[in-house]
Design a protein around this ligand. Structure first.
Ligand SMILES: Cc1cc2nc3c(=O)[nH]c(=O)nc-3n(C[C@H](O)[C@H](O)[C@H](O)COP(=O)(O)OP(=O)(O)OC[C@H]3O[C@@H](n4cnc5c(N)ncnc54)[C@H](O)[C@@H]3O)c2cc1C
Length: 246
């Protein structure tokens, strides 16, 4: 049964935020999660495609700014997006979904296995939001811990495109979602490391001690101990690889 009981298409972020003050209203971006979800709760969908949130532009201090409605397909076709980050966008989803799924939806969905979020974390990503409290900017790292608050719209994600990232991962098959992945980047003042499959969302970790404080789940893809071992091994490989590139 379709979840959508009504469809609204505001033409500004301000109008979208006003519509989202009703708790039964939800932002609709690419719809790959929202339309596919088997949660039967009826939803009024507030489509963001008319709100001018597309486009990739250069930001302050050499940073790159992705409008929230930038698709994963757009990311991997833009030469300014570093190769490792574009590769994460490519590996995240099959081509049919990449043309729909957006950067803003990926941040809001905060999938624990998202290698794109891990790549954005190591590129020091910051998220711009608009909501009832006005305009806010939060580090992606902080936002993933609490999630996007009800009534807020992600308007953009900006990051430092310098110093490409390298990903090492283990999955059941080469094209499957990794059980655990480690993404590393030389940030100039040290190596930034992000892990997937080790918490409820992708996390930044210490390259010298990647698993302390993390409590991975055990499931049909691997036990918590197996995940910890993978995280240690994959971190060493990713850090070695990024040091070779530097
Ligand atoms: C078959 C399939 C496989 C998938 N595989 C993976 C995978 O391997 N790894 C992975 O990480 N994900 C995966 N996903 C999840 C999903 O595709 C991604 O998270 C996707 O990028 C979501 O983007 P979207 O634009 O389609 O979001 P939507 O479905 O439109 O929205 C997702 C959620 O975010 C909210 N939202 C959307 N945009 C905004 C915004 N700008 N501001 C505030 N809230 C917003 C929506 O209200 C909704 O709750 C998969 C999905 C499918 C259907």
């Amino acid at each position: 049964m379709p979840r959508a009981i009504a469809y609204l298409r505001p033409d500004s972020v301000e109008d979208a935020v006003a519509l989202l003050s009703d708790k039964s209203h939800q932002p609709l971006a690419g719809g790959t999660v929202l339309n596919g979800d088997d949660d039967p709760t009826p939803v009024t969908m507030v489509d963001l495609q008319g709100c001018g949130l597309d486009g990739i532009i250069g930001g302050d201090g050499g940073r790159l700014r992705l409008g929230a409605m930038t698709t994963l397909h757009d990311m991997l076709n833009d030469d300014r997006v570093p190769t490792g980050l574009a590769g994460a966008a490519r590996a995240e989803l099959p081509s049919t979904l990449r043309t729909l799924a957006t950067v803003g939806g990926t941040v809001a969905a905060a999938n624990a296995d998202s290698i794109l979020l891990a790549a954005l974390l190591v590129h020091d990503a910051r998220v711009e939001l608009v909501g009832p409290g006005g305009h806010e900017v939060q580090s992606l790292d902080d936002l993933l811990k609490v999630g996007v608050a009800d009534g807020y719209v992600v308007t953009a994600v900006e990051f430092d495109p310098s110093g490409d990232c390298v990903r090492q991962s283990t999955a059941r098959t080469p094209s499957d979602t990794p059980i655990v992945s480690a993404t590393a980047r030389n940030a100039g003042d040290g190596i930034r490391l992000a892990l997937t499959g080790m918490a409820d969302y992708p996390v930044l970790a210490d390259p010298l001690d990647p698993t302390t404080g993390l409590e991975p789940i055990s499931d049909f893809r691997g036990s918590a101990d197996y995940r910890r071992t993978l995280a240690e091994v994959l971190t060493k490989r990713a850090v070695n690889a990024v040091e070779r590139v530097a």
